[in-house]
Design a protein around this ligand. Structure first.
Ligand code: URA
Length: 249
């Protein structure tokens, strides 16, 4: 490059620098702080914008529930019990809350009532793997929270515990998108529908929750105590399978 060209460039840079130094503080354009995103920040934004699969969404939800302390149940439980089954299930069962066996295993409905629920599901032509099973509260409601190793230490969840935990079930419903929900027993029916009607009156009646059809029925533990109630549950389950087969209810 010719010396004259160098001098021209140098001179131009000098003019620009002088102009800059002569600027008043107010004239120097400043980018708003929040717009100055670092690479790390913009990567985080990109990740949160990433579309998660239903599996990833449920895994993330499980991690949140595993460390949840939104109510006192989170402090005494051994394991949070999130749910089990198909992520694309048309049919979702909602019980009241984990008992001793579920708290120890971290899976819903694995005790005696759970074994009966599995039989009901199979009699309907499904399996535990093709439906989804959850509870309205994810942690074991105990009579004596200091004693998680004691059997027969179960109690129904309190209304405030159900209300506090319900947003997790709402998220599960949003991810799985079942066509129909079966609430098992008075607690989960009340917790979702805010209905004071006894379960004997409301069972088998078609309701809706978050735009999804919902049929309440007796809890399997009630069937263990009173086997004469089995026929009502069977009638309710026939309505459920008819709806899933035909779209009519
Ligand atoms: N009863 C429930 O309501 N849920 C369980 O997971 C187990 C027993």
């Amino acid at each position: 490059m010719k010396q004259s060209k160098y001098l021209k460039i140098l001179n131009l840079s000098k003019i620009t620098l002088e102009e800059y130094l002569n600027w008043g503080e107010a004239e120097i354009p400043k980018m708003p702080i929040e717009k100055r995103t670092s690479t790390e920040e913009s990567m985080k934004i990109k990740q949160s914008e990433k579309v998660l699969s239903p599996k990833e969404k449920l895994e993330a939800l499980k991690r949140t529930i595993d460390s949840c302390k939104e109510c006192a149940l989170g402090k005494s439980r051994l394991n949070a019990v999130v749910g089990v089954g198909s992520l694309t299930a048309d049919l979702m069962f909602v019980g009241e809350g984990p008992g001793f066996d579920e708290d120890h295993k971290g899976e819903p409905f694995v005790g005696k009532a759970g074994q009966l629920l599995t039989k009901i599901i199979e009699a309907m032509g499904y399996t535990r793997e093709t439906v989804y099973i959850a509870n309205i509260v994810k942690c074991h409601p105990m009579i004596d929270p200091a004693n998680p190793e004691k059997r027969s230490n179960d109690r129904p969840p309190a209304p405030l515990e159900m209300e506090t935990c319900r947003h997790y079930l709402d998220k599960q419903i949003e991810i799985i998108k079942p066509k129909i929900i079966v609430t098992l027993g008075a607690s989960s029916t009340r917790g979702l529908l805010y209905s004071e009607e006894p379960i004997s009156k409301i069972r088998g009646v078609v309701k809706e929750y978050k735009g999804v059809k919902l049929i309440p029925t007796y809890h399997p533990a009630a069937l263990l105590r009173s086997p004469n109630l089995k026929k009502f549950v069977w009638d309710d389950m026939k309505r459920v399978t008819h709806y899933l087969d035909t779209g009519e209810i």
